[in-house]
Design a protein around this ligand. Structure first.
Ligand SMILES: Nc1ncnc2c1ncn2[C@@H]1O[C@H](COP(=O)(O)OP(=O)(O)O)[C@@H](O)[C@H]1O
Ligand SMILES: [Mg+2]
Length: 417
């Protein structure tokens, strides 16, 4: 059996046929001009060197991602190294769009490669579909022929290497190394190198994504902890300090001193309010500037209690922002405003607590330690609270507390709403 050099082996084409082997002379012509690397009929030394270059490129992609680069930056580097190391005129990465029937060019290297970024390619194009569904790296002798002229600029290319690109669980993309029409053919031996580069790079991107998510979760958990500490310790202490100052103010004879202590009490109140806002920011993250229900509730508390002597304690529990439908949220905000302003205006309370719990029901509670509800009153705001609750299939009631003061509970169901 005659010895067959690798470059003379029949090449697989996606049409299933074999391409005639090309002679070494034809092969060397015009090869490796881009990077001087991808010489298909290279000897063992060159082959080892080439393998090393691909491994280096993988390492580069890894460290780029470890350094916090975005997936897009990594894709750009992958395309660049692919073009250089495969001695191609162009390299592009196509990834599945949200609508799974389209791939979009996400990165490209080489002048035309960059121009193609953003171009859609139907996933049903035979050349594309074959590589993705079979997950088989494939050598194309004439890519233009395979994709037809309608595939934008992809139709300008001849020899091509196509390897699956994406997480092993669901390959959804394609890494293409392309040479101009009439350019020299790719050799089979390049293919595994490119395929394993694509695998490793895709894996690195996936891992980096997971790590980013984990980091985000860590940050959120940390923020929750800080928020909890601020709420449980810092606020309570400031609050207690304010209360004890307030209780001695009346006993201070000197009007100047009294005014100063009162000012300090006011400043403590203001500080508590500011910390509440910060806690809220910690919970939501500054980047989310769409006012959530939680934020709007805290804003209402701050607004209604501004310029009053009370600084309500607020406890919000449950997934208020996700569990409460918009309409119910609007009613709840109005209910909170009314109930709180009653406690602030009518009760002459020193202590007011607002609780909001989202579970099977959304429960807004406002408790004060004031005068208590008079027996016979003309109700307007209170009626309005009941009407709003009824609209949402719930109820509202204000009741005297055993040890003085009033507790208003506004409750509406969240399940099946
Ligand atoms: N938390 C409360 N503590 C003491 N009295 C209250 C409280 N909430 C309401 N009231 C009394 O009930 C009355 C009716 O309240 P409401 O229906 O909200 O009407 P409005 O606030 O317009 O007076 C108030 O005028 C007040 O006398
Ligand atoms: Mg009222």
């Amino acid at each position: 059996m005659p010895h067959t050099a690798p470059h003379q082996e029949p090449r697989r084409s996606a049409t299933g046929g074999s391409l005639p082997g090309l002679g070494a002379a034809e092969f060397t012509a015009g090869l490796g001009t881009a990077a001087g690397v991808a010489v298909e009929d290279a000897g063992p030394f060159e082959r080892a060197h080439l393998r090393e270059r691909w491994q280096q490129a993988s390492g580069e992609v890894n460290s780029l991602l470890l350094g916090g680069a975005s997936g897009a930056e990594a894709l750009t580097l992958i395309a660049r190294r692919t073009r250089e190391l495969s001695g191609s005129d162009c390299a592009v990465i196509l990834l599945a769009d949200d609508a799974a029937d389209t791939l979009v060019v996400r990165a490209g290297d080489g002048p035309r490669g960059q121009q193609m970024i953003g171009h859609p390619v139907p996933a049903s194009a035979p050349a594309v579909a074959a590589v993705i569904t079979d997950r088989t790296p494939t050598v194309f002798a004439d890519f233009a022929h395979m994709v037809g002229d309608d595939l934008a600029r992809l139709g300008e290319f001849g020899p091509a290497h196509a390897v699956p690109f994406g997480p092993p669980a669901g390959v959804s993309g394609l890494l293409l190394a392309l040479r101009d029409k009439g350019g020299s053919q790719f050799g089979q031996e390049q293919l595994p190198l490119l395929a394993s580069f694509a695998d490793q790079a895709a894996l690195a991107i996936e891992l980096a994504d997971k790590q980013r998510q984990q980091r985000m979760l860590d940050v959120l958990a940390d923020r929750d902890r800080i928020a909890g500490d601020l709420h449980d310790h810092v606020i309570q202490r400031l609050f207690a300090a304010g209360m004890s100052l307030q209780s001695v103010v009346r006993r201070i004879a000197d009007p100047d001193a009294r005014a100063r202590v009162s000012r300090v009490v006011g400043q403590l109140d203001e500080t508590v309010r500011e910390i509440r806002m910060s806690i809220f920011d910690l919970h939501t993250g500054k980047e989310d500037n769409r006012a959530s229900l939680r934020r709007r509730m805290l804003d209402i508390v701050a607004e209604v209690s501004a310029d009053t002597d009370v600084s309500p304690a607020v406890r919000i529990s449950g997934e208020v922002d996700t569990l409460v439908p918009d309409l119910v949220g609007e009613h709840a905000l109005a209910a909170l405003r009314e109930a709180l302003s009653n406690a602030v205006r009518h009760a002459r309370a020193t202590d007011v607590t607002v609780t909001v719990e989202a579970g099977t029901d959304l429960v807004v509670g406002v408790t004060d330690d004031g005068l208590g509800m008079p027996a016979d009153v003309a109700r307007s705001g209170l009626l309005n609270l009941e009407r709003r609750a009824a609209t949402c299939g719930g109820s509202s009631s204000a009741a005297a507390r055993p040890d003085g003061g009033t507790r208003l509970v506004w409750r509406v169901p969240l399940t099946g709403a």
